[in-house]
Design a protein around this ligand. Structure first.
Ligand code: SF4
Length: 406
């Protein structure tokens, strides 16, 4: 018997990351075009890339949502019509919007489905009902909402709900913040957030009880990263439609690993109707292998508290790094190798891990490295194509990673 599970929605910061996320198991991806999104530093998609990305996704039964979530000034509407016409033509599955004026415009001028961005901070049933009346079919709820509250919103407002399950947190109400504007001159609501909440600040004042003056440095606004793997049963029982992973500006290794872990966990539940704690431990361990800060469940179950504060200098835990992607896996008599595009240099004799689309990572030793002319190499150069030993089960777009010295 097969059990219902939610959609897994992964970030696609580039066309290559879109392919990686889908091949590693994401059911849907979200991405930004070159305008109107909130990630100005992400490698946003050109129209040609967008068309190719939608086609790649649809051929694999995956959905593509395009982010249009900045708050608009009147002049921004000038080029909106042309852009949404293209999205309609490419058969994009939905757009993610926060500005009510933009929702109205898109509903009146296209056939595109509209999802409400988390930026609009929808946290309750009445608000969700209002957005539904405006034509929204799904709300991406604010990170302040618990899974139990989300289940109630879905049931009583009668529309789809999407929640964040993994990734960096924002300390403001879903991005409604101007600290970055004032401290760095970078507008958070137009894609420029400088993560000012993660900096160290000096607190000075007088203790209201003793009258003593104090002065101390603190990271009081800095959040740990969200990880919801142990909350999966609640997401499933609450029939939360979509589980979203934050991180359009993060690496290929992040897009692949997080998609793989959560999709394997969801597939396990679909087949067994339960999770075993041994499996959960393995998935949790895998989630520590991407660059991250300490993890928290934030407000998924109980409101986030002091435990969610990352009380240290800006520092990310990084156990593994990506060294390349497999372009071809050749397993023929006289031609047995992986053709690899190198991202980060590696040497003959090193041990690497290949991350298959399904199943555990496979460790192997670089007994040889050759260039495309079949000449032996001792060390690779980033950006080059090289041949390395064949690994059973390897396929195109598999990622290769290296364990870093601890
Ligand atoms: S500075 Fe921090 S709180 Fe403000 S928008 Fe950026 S992530 Fe959110």
């Amino acid at each position: 018997m097969s059990h219902w599970v939610p959609e897994l929605l992964a970030p696609a910061g580039s066309l290559e990351k879109l392919k990686v996320a889908i091949l590693y198991g994401a059911n849907a991806v979200y991405l930004g075009g070159q305008k109107f999104g909130l990630r100005s530093a992400a490698e946003n998609f050109t129209l040609e890339e967008l068309e190719e990305g939608v086609q790649f996704a649809h051929e694999r039964n995956a959905q593509v949502y395009v982010v249009l979530n900045s708050f608009f000034h009147d002049k921004d509407f000038d080029s909106l019509g042309e852009f949404i016409q293209k999205l309609d033509e490419f058969k994009v599955d939905a757009v993610i919007v926060s500005d009510p004026g933009v929702i109205k415009y898109i509903s009146e001028n296209s056939n595109l489905e509209v999802h409400l961005s988390t930026q609009a901070s929808c946290l309750n049933v009445e608000s969700a009902k209002l957005w539904k009346r405006l034509g929204v079919t799904r709300v991406v709820l604010g990170r302040e909402v618990s899974v139990a509250e989300a289940a109630k919103i879905k049931k009583e407002a009668g529309l789809e709900v999407e929640m964040f399950i993994h990734g960096s947190m924002c300390m403001a109400y879903s991005g409604n913040c101007v600290i970055s504007n004032f401290t760095q001159g970078r507008d958070s609501n137009r894609g420029g957030c400088a993560h000012s909440c993660r900096f160290e600040y000096k607190l000075e004042g007088d203790n209201p009880i003793t009258g003593d003056s104090f002065s101390k440095n603190s990271f009081f606004m800095s959040s740990k990263d969200l990880e919801g793997i142990r909350v999966l049963p609640e997401f499933i029982n609450g029939e939360i439609d979509s589980l979203k992973v934050e991180g359009r500006m993060k690496s290929h290794l992040y897009a692949g690993t997080i998609s793989k872990v959560y999709s394997e966990a969801l597939a396990y539940y679909r087949d067994h109707g339960d999770f075993l704690s041994d499996e959960l431990k393995t998935w949790e361990e895998e989630l520590t292998k991407v660059t991250h800060r300490a993890y928290t469940e934030a407000s998924l179950v109980e409101p986030a508290s002091r435990d969610s504060i990352y009380d240290e200098r800006e520092h990310e835990i990084n156990e593994y790094s990506a060294v390349g992607s497999v372009l071809e896996a050749r397993n023929e008599e006289g031609a047995k190798y992986l053709l690899v595009e190198v991202r980060s240099a590696f040497n003959v004799g090193e041990k690497l891990e290949l991350l298959p689309f399904k199943g555990r990572a496979i460790e192997f030793t670089l007994d040889f490295i050759k260039n495309v002319m079949d000449e032996d190499l001792e060390r690779t150069r980033p950006g080059s194509l090289v041949k390395v030993p064949y690994v059973e089960g390897a396929g195109q777009w598999n990622l290769l990673r290296r364990r870093l010295e601890q």
